[in-house]
Ligand binder design. Structure first.
Ligand code: ADP
Length: 164
């Protein structure tokens, strides 16, 4: 397929840390797009559990080498980053209705800032719709078992990070 016909999308998120819900969205995204840029947002207003470098590394280890996937990070506005990359399609996941309001606002704000931007939403199956990185962090902080919710290497990294 020629480059001009390839479909590219950016999947942005905090990924603090990567969960099985994210992995499911990436796998579904690869059915729709030829290439995905998994872009870790470096938001200075948030205090993350894992640094951007750690998050990128965990994603890389969990997904293994796949020429269709690029792992990157950004600390600018998503629309600026997308322009810089030359990609105008954004992939986002939807869980329950509670995600909808927020995602709807962001998608419309982004389109305001970059009219050619389109956001494509993919829904997770019932297996992971309840999984959020925030809940995973909370459960792991209190010593709960998150092994069914995150890739193996992430569970291991959480154990190391939270070992007291
Ligand atoms: P989280 O909300 O888990 O902290 P991010 O901010 O990294 O995750 O989210 C990146 C994108 O992935 C968002 O569009 C979010 O809705 C989506 N997402 C995260 N977890 C899931 C899941 N379990 N199922 C579907 N989409 C998800």
């Amino acid at each position: 397929m020629s480059a001009a016909m390839s479909r590219f999308a950016i999947y942005p998120g905090s990924f603090d840390p990567l969960t099985n819900g994210h992995v499911a969205i990436i796998q579904r995204g690869l059915k729709l797009f030829d290439r995905l840029v998994v872009a870790v947002a470096n938001n200075p207003q948030k205090t993350p559990l894992f640094s951007v470098q750690e998050r990128e590394q965990l994603i890389g280890e969990a997904l293994g080498h796949d020429p269709r996937i690029e792992i990157d990070s950004f600390d600018a506005l998503l629309t600026h980053y997308a322009r810089e990359k030359g990609i105008s399609t954004i992939l986002r996941g939807l869980r329950a209705v509670s995600d909808f309001d927020y995602e709807f606002q962001i998608a419309n704000m982004n389109r305001q800032l970059m009219p050619e931007m389109e956001t494509v939403f993919v829904m997770t199956g019932e297996d992971y719709f309840f999984v959020s990185a925030r809940l995973v962090r909370e459960v792991a902080t209190f010593g709960g078992d998150v092994s069914g919710l995150v890739p193996k290497n992430v569970a291991e990294a959480l154990r190391k990070k939270l070992r007291r």
